[in-house]
Design a binder for this molecule. Structure first.
Ligand SMILES: NC(=O)c1ccc[n+]([C@@H]2O[C@H](COP(=O)([O-])OP(=O)(O)OC[C@H]3O[C@@H](n4cnc5c(N)ncnc54)[C@H](OP(=O)(O)O)[C@@H]3O)[C@@H](O)[C@H]2O)c1
Length: 250
């Protein structure tokens, strides 16, 4: 990758690198020449990602599921390759508790990992980005940032929050050269969406709701993420980019 889309040499931290969207983006960024620090709790899965990924990678085994933990990680995250240029917040969970059955534990865990972790990680890493006058934060929003789905009350609340958090990060930091945007994926097959894809009728219904006529493949997210991580998006900040095959267009 050359020119405006070039991210080679940049240091990227990717949470959720052990699985799904985070793993796919961590791999793609390493292939594009970034030095990638992958973060997750499962050591084996993180090691497997590293073994299968060319380029310069490091793994940090960490739980970012509390604000205290997320804000205390900057030393570990900068140890492998130095100050971070790009943060991708892809760690997340969906408890799928029906509205009447939402528990305090489920609510807290979801808000902490989906909404608090992206902020406190960014807050702990943004100082050197601002000092250098360049940085990128990419959050992962959702169709549920703007749509209500059954069993999605807590998840939707967290993802609506991610959309607004992204705008607030842009307001706070883009004057210093740190752009913050979010990618809102449609339906992509990962551990998180196994319940959706294990039900062929449900998967087909979701595919039919898109303009393109199919569900997402993880490779569909790579171009948008590289755009938002590179100088090509210097004048793009505070936005939510729906990578959903047109699901939200209909
Ligand atoms: N798949 C979709 O269709 C879709 C659509 C819209 C939005 N999203 C969003 O995309 C993001 C990634 O989801 P995914 O579909 O790729 O799910 P996934 O395959 O289940 O991956 C989730 C990742 O988050 C990590 N994680 C979870 N809790 C953590 C914690 N406390 N500390 C550190 N890491 C933690 C997991 O690693 P460990 O278990 O190893 O810690 C795993 O790598 C999430 O924010 C999700 O809401 C997904």
């Amino acid at each position: 990758m050359t020119g405006r889309f070039d991210i080679s040499g940049h240091v990227a931290v990717v949470t959720g690198a052990s699985s799904g969207i985070g793993r796919a983006l961590a791999t793609a960024f390493a292939e594009a020449g970034a030095r990638v620090v992958g973060v997750a709790r499962r050591a084996e899965a993180l090691e497997a990602w590293r073994n299968e990924t060319p380029g310069e990678t490091a793994g940090v085994i960490a739980d970012v599921g509390t604000p205290e933990a997320a804000s205390g990680l900057s030393d570990q995250l900068t140890a492998p390759f130095g100050p971070v240029d790009i943060l991708i917040n892809a760690a997340g969970l969906n408890t799928r508790q029906a509205a009447d059955e939402v528990t305090v534990e489920g609510w807290r865990a979801t808000i902490d990992i989906n909404l608090a972790a992206p902020f406190f990680l960014a807050q702990s890493l943004v100082g050197p980005m601002k000092a250098r006058g360049w940085g990128r934060i990419i959050n992962i929003a959702s169709l549920q940032s703007v749509r209500a789905f059954p069993g999605g009350l807590t998840y939707g609340a967290s993802k609506g929050g991610v959309a607004q958090l992204t705008r607030a990060m842009a307001e706070a930091w883009s004057g210093a050269g740190v752009n913050a945007n979010a990618i809102a994926p449609g339906f992509f097959p990962t551990e998180l969406t196994a319940a959706v894809f294990d039900d062929p009728e449900r998967a087909a219904r979701n595919a039919a709701q898109t303009c393109v006529g199919r569900n997402g493949q993880l490779s569909d997210l790579v171009g948008p993420a590289l755009f938002l991580a590179s100088p090509a998006s210097d004048y793009v900040t505070g936005q939510v980019l729906y990578v959903d095959g047109g699901f939200t267009a209909k």
